[in-house]
Write a protein that binds this ligand. Structure first.
Ligand code: PLP
Length: 389
């Protein structure tokens, strides 16, 4: 039996055609053709003044921090539950990441915990739209504005999402997207930085290409400062462009898969799926489930069990502060107390197979396996309640 994958690309003739076009003719004076078309498309989508394609989402976060002049001595608040790349660039620039708790329902940054972590050194906060859920930005923005803190929106997992009618990626001072192979819009690797701030954009653009400005006769290959090779390729942009043109269709497939999961798991107490508040539109990039601890199944045990059923489950992210890499930045001996939601949810969270190509039969099979494994008997877990969007 073939394993049901956790994620996967959705490739059609449209992608093949555009990549073919790029490989045949996207060189010389047309070397940026697809890059420029994608940049313009994202610009229209976000209505942001400046869009900078980058070699990855990680690079875009790094450039956002550099563009905001964040460095040694500065603190940047980041949710404890996120992909490690949301926080790694804070380390790259020599600033200090400060791990903040998440909200119980959205799994994104908790406004109350954010406010508690602010010090005189706090220069920025990175909000993350986890698994395609949207962060509740309003309270975070009003706190950040009052305290002069910049907001970077990590929309790597949420392209196509909306908050109060505004697209994901546009909720802060700088937004970033990722086009890596597991994302909704893929290019293998790739990213994009979006902002209205000209200074941030210009510095990010210069640093993305070894500290060089646009070539002139007087200044070709002329580095003004040491930068990075964070430029993207036209070939990958061609793939992302074809995918981005299919955004609505891809979003509809994700929503459909979520609907199947919801229908199959509805009525089972103690299973919390992605929450969608009234003011937001999630992308359901990854359908995730928090399984109440009353069932007694931790995520690693479930992953092992499901592997024997040919289902590729992924773990809900571990708190960054619990991992060896981030130990140097962990100030409190008791992060469990500081970030109780992150530590309570993470051990019992699983990411269900969510490739756009998943079928209803596959979703039903996954849900049947889950029900059998949990031996669902509502009386066993009277204290838990269902929380679905
Ligand atoms: C939340 C989040 N932030 C940042 C990134 C980094 O993106 P990339 O893999 O393109 O560097 C990812 C990608 O996996 C992500 O999921």
């Amino acid at each position: 039996m073939k394993t049901i994958p956790s994620a996967g690309p959705d490739i059609t003739e449209a992608e093949i055609k555009l990549v073919n076009q790029a490989i045949r003719s996207g060189w010389y004076e047309r070397r940026n053709l697809h890059l420029d078309l994608l940049t313009a498309a994202i610009q229209r989508h976000t209505d942001k003044r400046y869009c900078l394609p980058t070699s990855s989402g990680t690079a875009a976060i790094h450039l956002a921090l550099l563009g905001l002049n964040i460095g040694p001595g500065d603190e940047v608040i980041v949710p404890d539950i996120t992909w490690t790349a949301s926080a790694a660039p804070i380390h790259y620039v020599g600033a200090t990441p400060v791990f903040c708790d998440i909200d119980e329902r959205s799994w994104c940054l908790s406004p109350a915990s954010f406010e508690e972590r602010i010090t005189k050194k706090t220069k920025a906060v990175i909000v993350v739209n986890l698994y395609g859920n949207m962060v509740d930005i309003e309270p975070i923005r009003s706190i950040a504005r009052r305290r002069g803190i910049a907001i970077i929106e990590d929309a790597a997992e949420s392209i196509g999402g909306e908050y109060r009618g505004r697209p994901a990626g546009t909720l802060g001072d700088v937004g970033i997207f990722s086009f890596n192979a597991t994302k909704l819009v893929i290019a293998g690797q790739g990213g994009m930085l979006v902002t209205d701030n000209k200074k941030v954009y210009e510095r990010a653009k210069k640093l993305a290409h070894h500290g060089m400005r646009k070539y002139t006769i007087e200044a070709t290959f002329w580095s003004e400062e040491i930068g990075f090779n964070y430029q993207w390729t036209n070939l990958q942009a061609a793939l992302a462009l074809a995918q981005f043109r299919r955004l609505r269709e891809l979003l509809a497939k994700k929503k459909r898969a979520f609907g199947w999961y919801r229908a199959a798991l509805e009525g089972i107490p103690g299973i919390q799926l992605n929450d969608q508040p009234r003011n937001a539109t999630n992308t359901y990039w990854i359908v995730s489930a928090i399984i109440d601890s009353a069932y007694g199944w931790k995520k690693e045990q479930l992953m092992k069990k499901f592997r024997s059923c040919h289902i590729d489950l992924r773990p809900f992210f571990y708190p960054l502060s619990s991992m060896p890499a981030w130990k140097p930045y962990v100030r409190s001996k008791n992060m469990r107390q500081q970030n109780p939601v992150a530590y309570r949810i993470s051990p019992y969270g699983i990411c269900l197979p969510s490739a756009t190509g998943i079928t209803k039969a596959e979703v039903d099979y996954v849900c049947d396996c889950l029900k059998k494994t949990l031996r669902v008997k509502p009386t066993l877990c009277p204290v838990v309640k269902l929380q679905m969007g």
